[in-house]
Design a protein. Structure first.
Ligand code: V47
Ligand code: SF4
Length: 370
């Protein structure tokens, strides 16, 4: 019944959200009630005011590389087109030499390492990769392994999750990415990703990472049969977890890519993606950054997301795989210049950043030109 709220509740939620104030639960739900074209624009205006208070006209991106060492995974999440069985034609396994050669060639500011749940790249091999990367590139930001992988590493190595997190941090991991959260709904968990950890475990592992001093991101997969109530509950669960442990840096809404032969033929529309972005910005008063993730939403919608509350466009991302194996028609990587130009065309000042959202040397040059 949360979504049956009045115009007055909606207006009050917008006013408080625009000032980056904390919304009550009912106000957060009021934002998602009856998303009409008129309300979508009002959500956008409030979220734009909120992100301007925080970041002015600046929008950031990072020069990064996604490393997916192998796509062999037995979890069989229904929405995933990336995973393969060993004998599938699209199964692949990278070697350490392949990975290091890619990093050597691109010299990224950040690497984002995630793979499937498999014994081809088990925990000790992933740990050794992090050690090698840290040794070779002392300044590289290593964002690696989802909570799902941490749980799997613990299970398969007989160690506790806290032990794994400490060991990865010592080896050189700087932060955990936000994947594997899907949407915090027991109903959808049972239906779509029952072979891996569910909502409560995901939150618990992120809070454990915060305790050992590893900051993390958080995602939300939407547009695959989820409801607005489930989306707002997801945001409020994250807000509560952040109040307790404080280590979430960035929230990333992930627009579902239907892929081929999946259970649903369409992902969310661009307008729905903008509404989710704006509601996230208004409801998550305690999470600093909202990412507009172009491989899933499309470059144009991601750029528009900067006016609906997002302040970051993620990265240039060489060779994105997860969205593209699910049929995304967006480019597989964007050059630095194209990223800066996209942000400028959307009306914002591009600023290149490092893995901790600090401006890099290139940033000044980019901002001066706009
Ligand atoms: O966990 C899988 C999602 C996630 C599909 O932390 C799909 O900075 C849409 O988490 N359609 C991985 N989404 C990507 C991810 C991420 C991306 C960018 C930045 C960060 C960060 C994290 O992709 C998975 C899953 O939720 N996913 N299949 C699909 N068909
Ligand atoms: Fe495996 Fe992750 Fe794909 Fe699920 S989403 S099948 S865990 S790779």
């Amino acid at each position: 019944m949360h979504l049956l709220s009045s115009e007055k509740d909606f207006e009050r939620a917008l006013e408080k959200g625009a000032r980056a104030e904390r919304l009550t639960r009912d106000e957060a739900f009021a934002l998602a009630a009856h998303i009409t074209p008129d309300r979508l624009h009002r959500l956008g205006r409030a979220a734009l005011a909120n992100r301007r208070l925080r970041y002015g006209g600046k929008a950031t991106f990072v020069f990064n590389l996604q490393i997916n060492p192998a796509n062999i995974c037995g979890a069989r999440c229904t929405f995933c087109n990336y995973a393969a069985s060993r004998n599938d034609p699209h199964a692949y396994v990278m070697s350490e030499a392949d990975i290091l050669a890619q990093v050597d060639r691109l010299q990224p500011t950040e690497v984002h390492i995630v793979g499937g749940l498999n014994q081809v790249w088990p925990y000790p091999r992933n740990l050794a990769l992090v050690q090698q990367l840290r040794h070779r590139y002392p300044g590289l930001h290593i964002k690696a392994f989802t909570a799902v992988e941490i749980a799997y590493f613990a299970k398969t190595s007989g160690q506790s999750e806290a032990w794994i997190l400490e060991a990865l941090k010592t080896a050189g991991v700087d932060a955990l990415p936000g994947g594997g959260a899907e949407i915090f709904s027991e109903r959808l968990w049972r239906q779509h990703w029952k072979n891996k950890i569910g909502p409560q475990e995901w939150v618990r592992i992120h809070q454990m990472a915060h305790e050992v001093g590893l900051p993390t991101n958080a995602t939300m997969l939407f547009g695959f049969g989820d409801t607005w109530t489930e989306r707002v509950e997801h945001l409020l669960t994250l807000r509560r977890a952040q109040d307790e442990s404080g280590g979430f840096i960035c929230f990333i809404p992930l627009a579902f890519q239907p892929g081929e032969g999946k259970f649903i033929t369409h992902g969310p529309t661009a307008l729905e993606t903008l509404a989710v972005t704006a509601i996230a910005r208004l409801a998550l008063d305690n999470i600093a950054h909202i990412k507009s993730y172009w491989p899933m939403s499309g470059v144009e919608t991601a750029a528009a997301g900067l006016s609906w509350g997002a302040d970051d466009m993620d990265g240039t991302i060489s060779e994105e795989r997860i969205a593209h194996l699910a049929g995304a028609v967006t480019p597989k990587g964007l050059a630095r210049e194209r990223m800066a130009e996209t942000i400028r065309m959307a009306g914002f000042k591009p600023q290149e950043r490092d893995g901790q959202h600090r401006a890099t040397m290139n940033a000044a040059a980019e901002s001066d030109r706009s």
